[in-house]
Design a protein around this ligand. Structure first.
Ligand code: SF4
Length: 324
């Protein structure tokens, strides 16, 4: 079997920040551990699905890899180079290979700028092509993203939600990147449109040999695109493994509960629903021991005080749970 190159290595990543929110009666000075000791790797051509509820730290990880935010500790390597130690010049060069696709591309589009200009903007900023070449390249990526040539002269408000996400993807791929962080790229879209956008990500991956970090709160979405999956809870990885291992052999109670909430289209197949108690705890004051113990239906006494080790329980399948 041929060995694929490691593109991204996230090692013991920590992102902590002071929560200085004030209320009428007191000033908060606690430390929020948005990302706490997270490690994983992404190989070339792979799609790593990072799943977790809102506030689990998944977007912070994506932004840290692209160096859109500083990190507190740990290391992120891209092709063996430490992303957070690149000089300004090296970072500028690197930025061409990294791109970001947002949940809401509309918010990053200027309503008064035509779509063709918005898509070609980055090429112009980096001085990578003449205006004529940019126009040709914009037409090429519009076509690749399932949009029509006449869309080049239209304004953002003239597009539907699905088309706007296609524009967001076109803006990313015009730079010929190697690696794309897609942060909740199909949230807020109808299910049928979600499927079209997922298919577009897959087609582009094949045509352009792209590697993705695909961030979502929805395990059913990630199943269709990811080759490897990490399940995050309150800034900590609870389970990590290949897509097949996670969906066919989930071992962590949190992963099991998320999977049990996915509806099964076949009415003859029954799945036991694991209902979680309570809400996600405040990240500024996470539970001691296993962070999941306040909601875990299988919690034991030791779960309240002892942090479970994130260990490899089967080949390339890691779990943080005392019961596994
Ligand atoms: Fe549940 Fe305990 Fe396992 Fe945490 S360590 S997931 S609380 S059983």
């Amino acid at each position: 079997m041929d060995q694929k190159e490691l593109l991204v290595e996230v090692k013991n990543l920590k992102k902590h920040y002071k929560d200085s929110s004030r209320s009428l009666f007191k000033r908060n000075q606690s430390v929020v551990k948005a990302v706490d000791n997270v490690s994983f790797t992404i190989e070339e051509g792979e799609t790593f699905g990072l799943v977790g509820e809102s506030g689990s730290g998944k977007s912070t990880i994506g932004r840290s890899i692209l160096r859109l935010t500083d990190i507190t500790d740990g290391e992120i390597l891209y092709k063996g180079k430490s992303v957070h130690q690149l000089s300004k010049q090296e970072l500028r060069e690197h930025r061409k290979s990294f791109q970001f696709v947002f949940q809401d591309p509309f918010s990053s589009l200027n309503p008064r700028i035509r779509i063709g200009d918005a898509i070609g903007e980055a090429l112009l900023d980096h001085g990578l092509a003449t205006k004529k070449e940019i126009r040709e390249k914009v037409l090429e990526v519009l076509n690749l993203c399932g949009l029509a040539p006449y869309h080049i002269d239209r304004f953002p408000h003239e597009f539907s939600g699905g088309q706007r996400q296609r524009i967001g993807i076109a803006r990313a791929i015009i730079m010929d990147p190697e690696f794309i962080v897609a942060d909740e790229p199909v949230s807020g879209l109808d299910v049928s449109i979600q499927a079209q956008i997922i298919n577009l990500f897959s087609d582009l991956q094949e045509k352009k040999q792209l590697t993705y970090l695909f961030i979502s709160h929805d395990l059913s979405v990630v199943e269709h695109i990811a080759t490897k999956v990490g399940v995050l809870y309150l800034g900590t990885l609870m389970e990590l493994g290949s897509r097949d291992e996670i969906y066919e052999n989930p071992l962590h109670p949190y992963t099991k509960s998320l999977l049990s909430a996915i509806p099964i289209p076949d009415p003859t197949v029954k799945r036991e629903r694991i209902v979680l108690q309570g809400d996600v705890p405040n990240p500024a004051n996470p539970p001691t021991g296993c962070k999941f113990h306040t909601r875990c239906p299988f919690a034991r006494e030791k779960c309240k005080t002892i942090v479970p080790e994130f260990k490899e329980v089967e080949a390339n399948h890691f779990v943080a749970c005392h019961l596994v």
